[in-house]
Design a protein around this ligand. Structure first.
Ligand code: IPE
Ligand code: IPE
Ligand code: MG
Ligand code: MG
Ligand code: MG
Length: 306
């Protein structure tokens, strides 16, 4: 019931994304505290940012990875919701005046514009704790409890201060307006965005049963897709519009951010993206027909307009 019936008809990535987003949103709605629960303002703010929009790429990647390996849907969807909570927290904090100082996100006013800075900070913090609460509530027993611990550990690292999201954000902020090296740039992108995307894939693999070889291939796949995702985000900041993105474009250049277009120009940035996609596709070639959805998602990530 929760999976899309894709028999016979040709695969349509837009339909697929739309229906998977609906599945993810249904579970997010169940897992987040009701807007009316006390103190209402924090739950309102959390729901405001989570349901403002968003592509749900991380949960969709986790579901698609798990589906390719015949993983258990109930566990994968909890993982997916936790990933989206962490991602939304990172966006709320990324937009704060002390960081990127953005007024719009997902086509709506940013959390601090709507609720004030204190509540925006707390909404981000709240989503982070809810994510770990969700992961630790996975319906498991026995051996699976060990896997659950591994998932929690991997996700904590992916958003943490050692090559995780926070580390990437720190170097993004501290290099702003300064000269930066190619190594720093790759570190920023792989850490602030790549790590959580790679963890989306790796944790879905952990929750399915996979050999060491399969794990290695999918981890390399996740790493390439994660880096490509942020390079495309940089490219879109240069060439897309507010209407398409739901956030203000052109700000990276104005703020002298460390981006791929700033270091290499648009053409090379596109070429690097293509190479990463090629590498990612190569890593999942062994999946054959089972890898179709992951291949379509990878293509979408590189050619997306939003
Ligand atoms: C934007 O992420 C910020 C990055 C980490 C690149 P997304 O492009 O996934 O944003 P939403 O979730 O669709 O709004
Ligand atoms: C943000 O990167 C990465 C996060 C961890 C939130 P950006 O600052 O480029 O993301 P946008 O462009 O504001 O969505
Ligand atoms: Mg930022
Ligand atoms: Mg930003
Ligand atoms: Mg950006």
């Amino acid at each position: 019931m929760n999976r899309v019936d894709r028999e016979a008809s040709p695969f349509d990535i837009e339909d697929y994304l739309r229906s998977q987003k609906e599945v993810v949103d249904t579970y997010l709605d169940r897992l987040l505290p009701p807007a009316a629960s006390y103190p209402q303002i924090i739950n309102e703010a959390i729901r405001y940012s989570v349901f403002a929009g968003g592509k749900r790429i991380r949960p969709i990647l986790a579901l698609a990875t798990g589906e390719a390996l015949e993983g258990d849907f109930q566990k994968l969807i909890y993982l997916g919701c936790a990933l989206e909570m962490l991602h939304t927290y990172s966006l709320i904090h990324d937009d704060l005046p002390a960081m990127d100082d953005d007024d719009y996100r997902r086509g709506h006013l940013t959390s601090h514009k709507k609720f004030g800075e204190a509540i925006a900070i707390l909404a981000g913090d709240g989503l982070q704790t809810l994510a770990f609460q969700t992961l630790s509530s996975l319906p498991v027993s026995g051996d699976s409890a060990l896997v659950q611990l591994q998932v929690i550990n991997r996700i904590a690292r992916a958003v943490g201060v050692n090559r995780g999201m926070i580390a990437g954000q720190v170097v993004d902020i501290t290099t702003q307006g300064r000269a930066f090296s190619r190594e720093q740039l790759e570190y920023i992108h792989s850490s602030k965005t790549g790590a959580l995307i790679q963890a989306s894939v790796n944790c879905a693999v952990l929750l399915s049963s996979a050999s060491e070889d399969v794990r290695r291939h999918l981890s390399a796949f996740g790493s390439s897709v994660g880096l490509a995702f942020q390079i495309v985000d940089d490219i879109l900041d240069e060439e897309s519009s507010f209407e398409e993105l739901g956030k203000t474009s052109g700000k990276d250049r104005a703020n002298r951010k460390a981006t791929y277009p700033a270091m290499f120009g648009m053409q090379t940035s596109r070429k690097v993206t293509e190479e990463l996609v090629e590498h990612a596709m190569h890593e999942i070639a062994f999946l054959g027909a089972r890898g179709e959805v992951l291949r379509e998602l990878t293509k979408f990530i590189s050619i997306r307009r939003f």
